[in-house]
Ligand binder design. Structure first.
Ligand SMILES: *[C@@H]1O[C@H](CO)[C@@H](O)[C@H](O)[C@H]1NC(C)=O
Ligand SMILES: *[C@@H]1O[C@H](CO)[C@@H](O)[C@H](O)[C@H]1NC(C)=O
Ligand SMILES: *[C@@H]1O[C@H](CO)[C@@H](O)[C@H](O)[C@H]1NC(C)=O
Ligand SMILES: *[C@@H]1O[C@H](CO)[C@@H](O)[C@H](O)[C@H]1NC(C)=O
Ligand SMILES: *[C@@H]1O[C@H](CO)[C@@H](O)[C@H](O)[C@H]1NC(C)=O
Ligand SMILES: *[C@@H]1O[C@H](CO)[C@@H](O)[C@H](O)[C@H]1NC(C)=O
Length: 547
């Protein structure tokens, strides 16, 4: 497989807390009350949903954590400083609810926050400063997991402050990890810090089972693009027992078309996100049967729960054409391919298996439940609007000749115009060059001369870039976690690509592959990068042509 470069993957600083909290090796699955019931859960809702999980067969497929999100506790702690379940909403209390859930063969998911007050409230107490007492209560009630949020973390007056260094700091979440680890019950820990600040995967993956990487999912198709572009760099941190959480599934909420629900489920599954249902399963008139079928797809669940726990990688992006090629390793030397049609119209695309390191393989079309026989070389695929095709490849034969890089071209050696400048970076940053061009706009270019091409036409380029423009405040509008950059060859048309988030800060690069036309034979090509529209391009570290 052509692989984006390994950057500082092996260089993390060890976290202060031991990794003993990893309770589940594969991504957590279950249901959470927030997406439909907001911060208004009740005992009846939780019990009815737990029963519906069992009766629908979803529990048997692995959806076993039943989580009561915000809104369960009273305004006042008891005389011993303990959180109390609101008796109006939960007349039987937390321990009885835990028993009820356990008796159904399910697991009891709890929720609190690392701040003064709870999210979605103005006065409900959260766990900051009460970590030991609360962790003991969670254990006493029979809790099996804790989702730990991040509201009112810097001040009792401000619910969400994404730019506050206190809100961004790992310290409060690390504290709860250590305390949970010391109670006498296995409680899986799901950090919900929203991916703000820096290097969240580095500090969260050693201490939690799953960590949220983004602002909340919004019940609309546009969330799928935004969160997908944010999860991409977490391939460095996702592993057995540690998963980047793309947030709850909006399947069955009548927010997406069935095709879009399959796309959403596919994208979450191959990225090894936890699979948390948000639909009101107990209200059968609301959840379409087709949505239940999608959530129940055993083959897609098996991809998500594969024992290797390898996050898929974005392999090739075609932004103007609006589709991506994804690939991920599976156990037994298999591979999953994802062909994602971001366009809301049908299109036929061509995929050459050699770019994912495959000469030929047996293929199964997962959503079609169809074995396609042996595939080799380039093939065309018909995609419906917003369809994501999933193929599982097995019995893979590797090609004798995979595409090779023909030498790296550093932006520091390019000719700059306009506002673009080259800066050098700290050691091990802006890899592989150690420097990058910044402030690339539509009026400024980064131009490379004398680029070699073996033959004319379309070439595969690996582009090393940096983008850390995180959509937090803009997340529910049109924030996309991308930056546009154009590429023009030999004075041809400047074509646009959307570059996703590259790493954990403004100096961690990733590589994205693109196909660019217009090359001529010989050492004579000019390749020019530029911004697009009113906003900056990603920083450009350099690129390489593959033959
Ligand atoms: C319990 O919940 C009800 C309904 O939301 C609310 O009116 C009441 O104030 C809550 N009680 C306490 C003690 O927080
Ligand atoms: C958010 O935090 C920043 C940095 O600490 C601070 O300057 C700003 O005033 C805070 N915003 C609010 C609304 O409190
Ligand atoms: C996709 O196209 C369909 C049919 O034209 C339309 O109803 C739907 O609103 C479009 N979806 C989005 C997300 O734009
Ligand atoms: C790629 O490099 C390998 C090793 O140097 C070489 O054997 C192979 O022929 C090259 N492939 C192509 C397509 O040039
Ligand atoms: C960039 O230019 C320097 C100085 O001319 C040269 O030593 C180096 O090899 C070049 N690097 C790349 C990656 O082109
Ligand atoms: C990238 O360009 C597209 C097409 O013009 C536009 O819709 C999108 O908003 C741009 N994205 C950014 C982050 O500027």
């Amino acid at each position: 497989m052509i692989q984006p470069r390994l950057t500082s993957v092996l260089l993390f600083v060890a976290a202060p807390v031991a990794a003993t909290l990893h309770k589940q090796s594969t991504p957590p699955m279950g249901w959470n009350s927030y997406n439909y019931y907001n911060c208004d859960p009740s005992e009846e809702i939780i019990k009815n949903t737990a029963e519906a999980l069992v009766n629908s067969g979803l529990a048997a497929l692995g959806y076993d954590y039943v989580t009561t999100d915000c809104g369960w506790m009273t305004r006042d702690r008891d005389g011993d400083g303990r959180l109390q379940w609101n008796e109006t909403l939960f007349p039987s209390g937390g321990k009885a609810l835990g028993t009820y859930i356990h008796d159904l063969g399910l697991k009891f998911g709890l929720y609190s926050g690392a701040g003064y007050y709870q999210c979605g409230s103005v006065d409900l107490p959260a766990s900051l400063g009460y970590e030991e007492i609360d962790a003991q209560s969670f254990a006493d009630w029979g809790g099996d997991s804790l989702k730990y949020d991040n509201c009112y973390s810097s001040s009792p007056d401000v619910m969400v402050n994404n730019s506050s260094p206190i809100s961004q700091s790992p310290v409060r979440h690390q504290k709860m990890a250590a305390v949970l680890d010391s109670v006498d019950r296995d409680i899986a820990y799901y950090i919900c810090q929203w991916g703000i600040g820096y290097n969240v995967g580095e500090w969260a993956s050693p201490i939690s089972n799953a960590w949220r990487i983004s602002n909340d999912i919004y019940n609309s198709w546009r969330s799928i693009w935004r969160i997908t572009n944010e999860v991409i760099p977490y391939w460095r941190h996702t592993r057995v027992g540690a998963f980047a959480d793309m947030d709850m599934l909006i399947i069955g909420l009548n927010a997406l078309s069935p095709e879009e629900e399959r796309f959403h489920f596919s994208m979450w599954a191959i990225n090894k996100s936890p699979l948390k249902i948000g639909a009101p399963l107990a209200e059968s008139a609301i959840v379409p049967a087709e949505s239940l079928d999608i959530l129940s797809n055993r083959e897609v669940i098996a991809i998500n729960q594969d024992s290797l726990s390898k996050q898929a990688r974005l392999i090739l992006r075609y932004t103007e054409e609006e589709w991506d090629l994804w690939a991920g390793e599976l156990s037994d030397s298999r591979m999953v391919l994802g062909i994602a049609n971001w366009k809301n119209e049908t299109q036929t695309v061509s995929v050459d298996l050699t770019v994912v390191g495959v000469q030929e393989a047996n293929a199964r079309d997962v959503w079609a439940h169809e074995d396609l026989g042996r595939l080799r070389g380039a093939g065309t695929w018909y995609l419906k609007g917003h369809e994501m095709k999933l193929l599982v490849l097995s019995e893979i034969a590797k090609p004798p000749l995979a595409p090779n890089g023909t030498g790296f071209h550093a932006a520091e050696n390019a000719t700059l115009s306009g506002s673009a400048v080259v800066e050098s970076c700290a050691e091990d940053k802006c890899l592989p060059a150690g420097s990058r061009a910044r402030y690339i706009t539509s009026d400024s270019t980064v131009t490379f001369e004398g680029i070699a091409s073996n033959g004319e036409g379309t070439k595969l380029l690996g582009v090393d870039f940096i983008n850390y423009e995180i959509a937090t405040d803009s997340a529910w509008q049109w924030g996309s976690n991308t930056r546009n950059m154009t590429v023009a060859v030999n004075g041809g048309r400047a074509k646009r690509w959307a570059f996703p988030i590259s790493g954990g800060d403004w100096a961690e690069a990733d590589r994205m592959f693109i196909e660019v036309d217009g090359f001529v034979d010989g050492d004579v090509n000019t390749v020019s990068f530029a911004g697009f529209g009113d906003s900056y391009a990603p920083d450009l570290v350099g690129f390489e042509v593959f033959e």
